[in-house]
Design a protein around this ligand. Structure first.
Ligand SMILES: Cc1ncc(COP(=O)(O)O)c(C=O)c1O
Length: 313
């Protein structure tokens, strides 16, 4: 889907025109993948719009940067208020927000220390990521997720997404909508850009952080909602075949939100229909995000966007 430009992008403290947010081809990030980023959704609400779990996303950006020894010259509060500024200035909601911190133009060579750190925050309208309404048909990838002692999965770093691209492109080439990767020991990890949940006998399972998963904000939201509803939750390593005998399987992520999975490796999940626990969690998730159910956990940051100019995605 082509990007729909907005008016401005936040760059190192200032709003600059969208078309001026460019990089030199010799920037460190272009050659060595040296950037960390976030993906955040801003939802339309009955009275305006709200950004979903903004501080948690920005804290993860700071954490990713810390893992890569990339000191960001902005505090959590500054990054959050910069995001509100750019969304309000561009007056587009619902939208997707993409903060990115990168190593810019300075020196060549793997050592990034001589390169400046640039921080940008962009937003733009963006729709559904994986076909969701009737569930996605997915496969287990022949590519493993990052091994823990190779690239840190807890950092949302652009380099990690080379692995994601291989998983996703292989799935598409074979006629699936998404791939699920195993970790280096053969346990279930996650999708190319989503966390994975399984329901069996009324219990909600997901892979723990040690199975090379990103610590998803949506994953945390769904775990929180499940606990709130009294659904038993277990974070434990899971073998691949748990997918085949599951009653329900779904993905979570900012892009995919809560997306039911209809089949894995052409084996139907349960009876092939969205199951009751997926439905319950999904309805609550969308209800809170869209301002139709109470925001009990304080997940929403309101933004002033002129409702008449909302862009449908
Ligand atoms: C590899 C990977 N796993 C999981 C997720 C889900 O994370 P979140 O719910 O914070 O978007 C994402 C998306 O950011 C991702 O890229």
């Amino acid at each position: 889907m082509p990007i729909q430009p907005t008016a401005s992008i936040w760059h190192n403290g200032n709003l600059i025109p969208w078309e001026k947010a460019t990089l030199h081809v010799m920037s460190h990030v272009v050659h060595y993948g040296s950037s960390v980023f976030e993906g955040i959704r801003c939802y339309g609400q009955p009275q305006g719009a709200a950004i979903f779990r903004l501080p948690e996303h920005m804290q993860r950006l700071l954490d990713s940067a810390k893992i890569y020894r990339m000191p960001l010259p902005y505090s959590l509060d500054q990054l959050c208020s910069a995001t509100v500024d750019v969304v309000e200035n561009n007056n587009v909601a619902p939208c997707y927000v993409r903060p990115i911190a990168l190593r810019g133009y300075g020196e060549m060579g793997v050592n990034p220390k001589g390169c400046p750190i640039d921080v940008y925050i962009a937003n733009f309208p963006w729709g559904k990521y994986v076909a969701g309404d009737h569930g996605a048909d997915v496969c287990v990838s022949s590519w493993n997720r990052l091994a823990p002692n190779t690239m840190p999965s807890l950092a949302k770093a652009s380099g990690n997404y080379l692995n994601s691209q291989l998983i996703h492109m292989e799935a598409l080439a074979n006629g699936y909508q998404e791939g699920i990767a195993l970790d280096v020991n053969g346990y279930l990890s996650e999708g190319s850009g989503e966390n994975l949940f399984i329901v069996r006998n009324g219990v909600l399972f997901t892979s723990p952080l040690a199975n090379s998963v990103l610590s998803g904000i949506t994953r945390d939201s769904v775990l929180t909602l499940a606990r709130h509803f009294g659904i038993p939750v277990v974070e434990q390593p899971m073998p691949r075949e748990m997918l085949y005998i599951a009653d329900e399987v779904f993905f979570t992520g900012t892009a995919v939100e809560v997306t039911p999975i209809r089949s894995v490796d052409r084996i139907e999940v349960g009876d092939g229909k969205t199951g009751p626990i997926t439905q319950q969690l999904s309805e609550e998730f969308f209800g809170v995000a869209n301002g139709l159910r109470p925001d009990r956990f304080g997940w929403l940051t309101p933004v002033k966007v002129n409702a008449e100019q909302q862009v449908p995605v």
